[in-house]
Design a protein around this ligand. Structure first.
Ligand SMILES: [Mn+2]
Length: 321
């Protein structure tokens, strides 16, 4: 699995690692893991993202490793090869044009169902639970033993992307890796405390406000939630904090698909889709040039929420009729 990676980094001078916009747990944690691996391989490496990671990952010292691209005064290396993790190179946010245009070669490490990633050289395994899982497997092949900080990052990313070792792509391999990371010294309860019990008060207020928009469709099998930028501003929460809201309706027995229409502070609109497995979220998102997995996907919206919501509900109606 790592041969093409080794060839790539041998050809590369400096390396820039990046990931998707609004980077989630798997994105930032796989970046940190890969960064540590590249340091070990004596490569000059920086992590540059379009957006900041959620505050709750600060315990992993993300600030020490990860910088945001300042578009007015971008500080990027003169020459570099680009490694994109947890997405494809056309989903890396507002710094994307800059990072892609100046890059020499591009390498992709991803576990999404996107066919885009296949067009690039890289490591692409859509059966993997997370990009952190892929990064750990690369480390094993390269005989690199992660230190505690790196192990904590990889464990956090796996926990995030598997819903604490429960989602569909969780396998014995995921548990094997989790076990190895615990053996290095990771304390799962400490990670749970940081990831699940460290949300802001504003997030709790946002959750309450967004839940007021809950609607049921198609015999209660589909729900929708809406979060406008006004709701976001009133709550005082940050856009990145809204990510878990989509999972709330799925706690109900009858609900099979949850839709969240959300708008960022800058007015960028997105639709997130989650399912319990029967409905293929990726197939829906793909129609709108989005991406993801069978049970979790999303796409950007250019029109109004009302228009796209009507369209998506009609689409879902065909499946649930
Ligand atoms: Mn991921």
């Amino acid at each position: 699995m790592v041969e093409n990676f080794l060839d790539f980094i041998n050809r590369a001078g400096s390396i820039v690692i990046t990931s998707h916009e609004s980077p989630d747990g798997d994105a930032v944690c796989s970046e940190i893991g890969l960064y540590k691996l590249l340091l070990h391989l004596k490569k000059d490496t920086v992590i540059l993202n379009s957006d900041r990671a959620e505050e709750k990952y600060d315990f992993l010292n993300t600030d020490r490793y990860i910088a945001q691209v300042n578009l007015r005064k971008p500080e990027i290396p003169e020459e570099y090869s680009l490694i994109v993790v947890d997405t494809h190179p056309f989903n890396i946010g507002k710094a994307g044009d800059l990072l892609r245009d100046k890059a020499g070669e591009i390498f992709v490490i991803d576990h999404h169902e996107d066919s885009y990633s296949d067009h690039y050289e890289g490591i692409h395994d859509s059966s993997a639970s997370s990009t952190c899982q892929l990064v750990y497997q690369m480390m094993e092949e390269l005989k690199f033993q992660p230190d505690l900080e790196t192990a904590q990052a990889l464990f956090s990313g796996i926990v995030y992307d598997t819903g604490s070792f429960q989602y569909k792509k969780t396998t014995d391999e995921t548990f094997r890796i989790g076990g190895n990371l615990v053996r290095i010294g990771v304390d799962p309860f400490m990670i749970h405390n940081h990831l699940d019990q460290s949300n802001s008060k504003a997030f709790l207020v946002l959750q309450m406000e967004v839940m007021k928009t809950l609607e049921f469709f198609h015999g209660d099998r589909v729900t929708s939630l809406t979060m406008t930028k006004e709701t976001l501003a009133r709550s005082g929460a940050r856009y990145e904090e809204a990510q878990p809201l989509i999972n709330l309706p799925l706690i109900c027995r009858d609900v099979e698909v949850s839709l969240l229409f959300k708008e960022s502070e800058e007015g960028v609109k997105r639709c997130s889709v989650r399912s319990k497995g029967n409905f293929d979220c990726y197939e829906l998102a793909n129609k709108y040039r989005g991406g993801g997995h069978r049970t979790a996907a999303g796409f950007k919206i250019s029109g109004s929420f009302e228009e796209i919501k009507a369209e998506v509900l009609e689409e879902l109606g065909r499946f649930f009729s």
